[in-house]
Design a protein around this ligand. Structure first.
Ligand SMILES: Nc1ncnc2c1ncn2[C@@H]1O[C@H](COP(=O)(O)OP(=O)(O)O)[C@@H](O)[C@H]1O
Ligand SMILES: [Mg+2]
Length: 240
């Protein structure tokens, strides 16, 4: 067995014209763990997710998933290999019912519609949305839209799930529910890489924190060590 992590990113670059959104980004994500990616606004976190998931093509660098180079592969190929992603700006699927929106994801591995629907129902039960399965996406609360995003990602049966600010805009109670859900996702054996700003959420949850500033990692270690690191405090928290 190789000891290469499930996801291994090296020297990742993404340029938008003159702007280097990612400028030598390195990241290791260990299987079965929750890794958090934090950093100030504009640091490149969402761009990193897009490049890992294949929604954007990296300008340079390596992304290895399960030991295999995937940088530059199209989104659907990377999804099939087992990477799923939620979006910072929630994709509401306004005009679709909850179960239809999840069935679309489920079709990736279950091309028979009846089987995809049955799997979508199972995932909706898992995330606690089953009672709302016939509601339209647009009529859901923010917290339920985030659950729907998670359900859509899980419906593709990923090994690795990339969560972009799934807690943003939630009340403390909703946040606590989301943390429980993340723990049960880990218990299913799904590895999590998440962008999250609330350190109180990450402290007990994250095995490892990677701090990104201006497209480069400036720290990797435990959440406790991150919160005590002077460079991190300066770049991220902006105060001692
Ligand atoms: N499609 C794009 N075209 C041009 N610039 C972009 C694009 N996407 C992101 N950027 C820029 O890249 C930088 C990183 O953005 P982003 O990855 O969204 O940061 P974060 O998620 O950490 O807040 C920002 O300066 C942003 O304006
Ligand atoms: Mg972002």
């Amino acid at each position: 067995m190789s000891d290469e992590p499930l996801l291994r990113v090296r020297g990742l670059e993404k340029r938008f014209g003159e702007l280097r959104a990612l400028d030598g980004f390195d990241l290791d994500v260990a299987e079965g763990r929750l890794t958090a990616l934090i950093g100030p606004n504009g640091a490149g976190k969402t761009t990193a997710f897009a490049c890992i998931a294949g929604a954007q093509r990296p300008s340079a660098g390596s992304v290895r998933f399960k030991g295999r180079e995937v940088a530059g592969l199209p989104y659907h190929r990377i999804a099939r290999l087992g990477v799923a992603r939620t979006y910072q700006v929630v994709q509401t699927f306004d005009a679709m019912s909850v179960v239809e929106a999840v069935t679309v994801g489920a079709l990736l591995r279950r091309p028979k519609l009846s089987e995809a629907r049955a799997w979508a129902d199972e995932i909706l039960g898992f995330v606690g949305l089953h009672a709302k399965r016939t509601m339209l996406g647009r009529s859901l609360t923010i917290a339920d839209k985030k659950r729907l995003e998670l359900a859509r990602a899980l419906s593709t049966e990923p090994r690795l799930i990339l969560l972009d600010e799934v807690m943003a805009g939630l009340t403390p109670t909703e946040c606590a529910d989301a943390v429980k859900l993340l723990r049960s996702i880990l218990a299913r054996g799904v590895t999590i890489l998440m962008v999250e700003h609330v350190m109180e959420v990450l402290m007990p949850l994250a095995d490892r924190v990677v701090v990104l500033a201006a497209g480069k990692p400036i720290f990797a270690g435990s959440p406790q060590a991150a919160a005590a690191d002077p460079l991190v405090i300066e770049a991220y928290l902006g105060r001692p």
